[in-house]
Design a protein around this ligand. Structure first.
Ligand code: TRH
Length: 361
């Protein structure tokens, strides 16, 4: 039985790397009763995501997961690898740890970044040989088709979402959540929301875009708890939420702006319309990633959702485009629900990982 798992996570930037790894670690522990050790190289960033994490402690148990600080190479000389080793996002395992893997030959998986591009079907679960040790390593690609490694989705997520939605009181104004990179055309979006035909309540968890928002309101700075008004828009700055609270926000908003990898998929599971800002890549490869996703999400190029996404990623949002999006929101909500239901039928990432490792014993 492959009961013990190691997950290695390097915080490259922002919260996506630890966001995905922590979610997966928790789920493997919670739903499969596996012993999971999560190695993270930056506990300060991790403490924003892992509730109750003590950033000073080198090793601690949180929700049943052993969270360990990934220190220097030397600290791994006597660390025995678990039965399954997940190297998240090609983060490069410590050399002494790889040497120790030669003895117990764990199942070694590289968990890749998520993409909806077609090539992922072909590359998922392909193996390679590690040149220095001859160890076998498998590339595990999350994705949107049955041929890929699937998407992170906890077992009770949909039931929880539906129970929460049944409790929400509908408000007359439009509720929007906003999580984006600071290079997004924020001024144009805020302007469009303020000028728009509908009154909007916009909720922004505090983060790197706050400075730009303050600028829009002509303020030197804004803080958590501030509520600002301009014409049709009321904007509230929220604290950075826990992952669970963030899910709740996505479920109760009529429209969600999300980014990166993890918030994107949480928005998908919210079954509400969303606008995804892809992580910027060289030569605008992120636009290809966007188009690949929109195709899987069954959005045609001439539809408002496609136009809005491209404007958000590459140009700016006009009041006309904003008004059009909001006018079509009821239809977009129906579309979102159908799409979410479609992807809910697929086996999730954790389940696929567990099945894969069982089959390799
Ligand atoms: O923060 P991101 O941009 O993360 C990443 C990284 O940049 C990474 O290097 C890159 O490769 C990857 O994107 C594609 O966006 P993401 O992936 O959405 O992660 C944000 C996490 O923060 C996610 O787990 C949700 C969580 N979150 C909260 O817990 N509370 C909040 O209030 C908000 C806004 C987010």
């Amino acid at each position: 039985m492959n009961r013990r798992w190691d997950i290695f996570c390097r915080v490259v930037d922002n919260f996506g790397d630890i966001g995905v790894c922590w979610r997966l670690a928790k789920q493997l522990q919670d739903e499969y009763a596996l012993d999971v050790r999560l190695w993270v190289d930056d506990l300060n960033v991790a403490s924003k995501i892992v509730t109750d994490l003590d950033a000073e402690a080198h090793s601690q148990k949180i929700y049943g997961v052993e969270v360990c600080l990934w220190r220097d190479e030397a600290s791994f000389v006597n660390v025995m690898p678990a039965d399954v080793v997940i190297e998240a996002f090609a983060c490069e395992l410590p050399s002494p740890f790889i040497r120790n893997m030669v003895a117990n030959k764990p199942i070694w998986l590289n968990l890749e970044y998520l993409s909806a591009e077609a090539w992922v079907d072909e590359f998922h679960a392909l193996g390679s040989v590690h040149p220095a040790t001859g160890l076998h390593k498998t590339s595990f690609f999350p994705g949107f088709t049955q041929k890929t490694g699937g998407l992170i989705r906890e077992q009770h997520l949909i039931t929880k979402r539906e129970a929460a939605k049944a409790e929400f009181k509908r408000l007359p104004s439009l509720q929007v959540s906003l999580f984006c990179y600071p290079h997004a055309p924020l001024q144009s979006l805020l302007h469009a929301m303020a000028e728009g035909e509908h009154s909007v309540e916009c909720f922004v968890p505090t983060g790197s875009a706050i400075g730009k928002i303050a600028e829009f309101f002509g303020r030197a700075q804004i803080e958590v708890g501030d509520t600002l008004n301009k014409q049709q828009m009321t904007l509230t700055v929220l604290p950075f939420l826990t992952q669970d609270e963030y899910d709740q926000l996505l479920w109760c908003c009529d429209l969600n702006f999300v980014r990166g990898e993890d918030s994107w998929i949480r928005a998908l599971w919210s079954a509400q319309p969303f606008i995804w800002q892809t992580y910027p890549q060289e030569e605008k490869h992120h636009l290809k990633k966007l188009d690949a996703f929109l195709e899987k999400y069954e959005v045609k190029q001439n539809e408002v959702l496609s136009e809005f996404h491209h404007a958000w990623l590459d140009t700016e949002i006009t009041p006309k485009l904003w008004n059009q999006l909001i006018t079509e929101l009821p239809a977009l909500k129906e579309h979102a629900e159908l799409q979410t239901q479609k992807f809910e039928q697929h086996t999730d990432l954790a389940a696929k990982l567990v099945i894969f490792t069982k089959n390799r014993v």
